[in-house]
Design a protein around this ligand. Structure first.
Ligand SMILES: [Zn+2]
Ligand SMILES: [Zn+2]
Length: 140
């Protein structure tokens, strides 16, 4: 049997009946988030008023590279769970996606990875792992 979602062709009867670890399917299921845990944390990050306001304030002058984990530690969420009993920090989470969600709370303060000038995220050029401002792009 084949999986219509990811195209895997060698599914056994159990996998057909109970599902397999299908990343394509789960990404669709959780609104583009990698799994249920990541989706749940992102949900409360954006929709719990206290946490959301805290995240926006935290991002206003944040300069690091792991805003999600740093915010959880600073706000004491790192040992807690969401109201749906999902740990705010765990190996299951897609931190890259949660970091992107955090940067969206700071639209005017996304830093250029090279010179750390803060510019609007729209004007940053993405190059491998770098987000470059127009000055740094000109320097290349
Ligand atoms: Zn699949
Ligand atoms: Zn720059």
């Amino acid at each position: 049997m084949n999986c219509d979602e990811c195209g895997r062709k060698d599914l056994n009867m159990d996998e057909v009946a109970y599902g397999h670890d299908c990343e394509v399917k789960s990404t669709k299921e959780y609104n583009g988030w990698k799994n249920h845990a990541t989706w749940n944390c992102a949900l409360f990050l954006a929709n719990d008023e206290g946490i959301y306001n805290g995240a926006v304030a935290f991002m206003a002058d944040y300069k690091g590279e792991s805003p999600y984990i740093d915010f959880c530690k600073e706000s004491g969420l790192d040992n807690q769970k969401t109201p749906d009993k999902i740990k705010w920090i765990s190996e299951e989470l897609d931190y890259a996606a949660l970091n992107r969600a955090m940067w969206e709370f700071a639209p005017e303060t996304a830093p250029c990875t090279r010179c750390e000038t803060k510019v609007e995220p729209d004007s940053l050029t993405r190059l491998l792992d770098w987000n470059l401002c127009s000055d740094c792009v000109d320097d290349l």
